[in-house]
Ligand binder design. Structure first.
Ligand SMILES: NC(=O)c1ccc[n+]([C@@H]2O[C@H](COP(=O)([O-])OP(=O)(O)OC[C@H]3O[C@@H](n4cnc5c(N)ncnc54)[C@H](O)[C@@H]3O)[C@@H](O)[C@H]2O)c1
Length: 381
């Protein structure tokens, strides 16, 4: 199979990023087969369909996602719709025998994530999920260092996903703020990334105790489809899910940690990252300085420095992008890696990168945080 027909369902921010990523795979991974061929793009908004044809060269577009799944030339689909459609579209895609690259959080709750995962398993299709921060070469390096024991046994770790996209009180009440369309708020949106990254780097989460809050109770209704960064002037309506969440976490290894996520954190623009401490060292990473891993190893224990390592070729997929260390990669590059892993999964018949099972784990973790907030007690996973 030298090429594979691809469909993209939902042409907002993530639909554009997925489309661009497919197109860029042959630039960065020229030997990877099958190479993606953009066949059908679906969105109810006509301007977005026209834009997708013009920019990315899809062979055809459709107003309805069902047409993408009915297209015999489409063998793999990206599901980049608002979260309420993930389960319906994802299950239907699996039943139609399409391989699935789906955005996080998969569905509005763990039950919806599990429904898509079960359907993919039953259909024998490959899947991957948009936990893109795993793909940063510096994160891959952190994982290697931890696994090889360079920081000793992990003792405690902090993961943060702090954003200001909804900090403006007149920030538009987009689909992200309603239970019917989004399910949870920042728990699904940003905490799902934190939970996945924590599990990827430190291991299984076994228990959480959490708190959450909604600081902006009402927001103006937008006139039509809008970005979640946009402001609006319409009538105020209630925000139905949480703006902020945090938890203490216990890991199966005995390590302890904290996870915090916010969409209303004034002065935090995509402040995502972690600090992981072990008995002999530490690693720390900030998404906004993607190519830098801060590392402390050795036997000094006290007064030791955290040195900056610029990741380079040989670390993760860095070599597919740049020839020497210290040349900045970007968010969209992480999606090119995700697309490449998705295509590798299809050719190998085995997963590369995060799968729907990982999405179920993340959804169970965020559900446990919500339960803990309501009960005021530790919740076991
Ligand atoms: N991995 C990440 O870092 C990341 C970042 C942003 C968003 N996301 C996830 O991606 C998903 C989409 O988010 P977004 O920011 O792109 O949202 P968005 O609002 O920008 O885009 C959603 C698009 O889906 C379209 N849509 C609505 N109903 C549809 C239908 N029935 N059929 C086809 N298309 C339909 C909308 O018209 C819109 O163009 C969400 O699940 C979100 O959580 C992930």
């Amino acid at each position: 199979m030298s090429t594979i027909g691809v469909g993209v369902i939902g042409l907002g921010w993530m639909g554009r990023v997925h489309s661009q990523a497919y197109l860029r795979v042959p630039h960065h991974f020229p030997d990877l087969k099958p190479a993606p061929r953009l066949v059908t793009a679906a969105d109810p908004v006509a301007e977005l369909r026209d834009d997708a044809t013009r920019r990315y060269g899809f062979a055809r577009t459709a107003a309805s996602w069902a047409e993408v799944l009915a297209d015999p030339e489409v063998a793999a689909v990206s599901v980049t719709t608002p979260t309420d459609l993930h389960a319906e579209v994802g299950v239907a895609a699996a039943k139609a025998g399409k391989h699935i690259w789906i955005e996080k959080p998969v569905g509005r709750d763990a039950g919806e994530a599990a429904a898509v995962a079960d359907a993919a398993t039953a259909a024998g299709v490959q899947s991957t999920v948009g936990f893109n921060y795993r793909n940063a070469p510096a994160v891959a390096r952190a994982r290697e260092l931890i696994a090889a024991g360079h920081i000793g046994a992990v003792t405690h770790a902090r993961f943060r996903f702090l954003g200001d996209y909804a900090a403006h009180p007149m920030g538009a009440l987009s689909w992200r703020f309603t239970r019917a369309r989004s399910g949870s708020g920042v728990l699904g949106d940003l905490m799902s990334h934190a939970a996945d990254l924590a599990r990827h780097l430190v291991g299984p989460l076994t228990a959480v105790v959490a708190d959450q809050a909604t600081f902006i109770a009402e927001r103006p209704t937008p006139a039509g489809a809008t970005s979640h960064y946009a402001t609006a002037t319409g009538a105020l309506a209630p925000v139905e899910n949480e703006d902020w969440a945090a938890c203490l976490v216990r890991f199966a290894s005995g390590a302890r940690g904290s996870l915090e996520a916010s969409r209303v954190s004034v002065a935090d623009q995509n402040n995502y990252g972690f600090e992981i401490h072990g008995t002999k060292g530490a690693v720390a990473w900030d998404f906004r300085r993607m190519g830098e891993l801060r590392v402390s190893t050795g036997d000094g224990y006290q007064n030791v420095a955290l040195a900056t390592e610029y990741v380079g070729p040989g670390v993760g997929e860095y070599a597919a992008f740049q020839p020497g260390a210290g040349i900045a990669m970007g968010y969209d590059d992480l999606k090119v890696i995700e697309a490449a892993n998705f295509l590798r999964s299809i050719s190998d018949g085995a997963p590369h990168g995060p799968t729907l099972d990982d999405a179920v784990h993340a959804a169970r973790a965020t559900a446990a945080m919500s339960e803990s907030f309501h009960t005021g007690t530790w919740v076991t996973l």
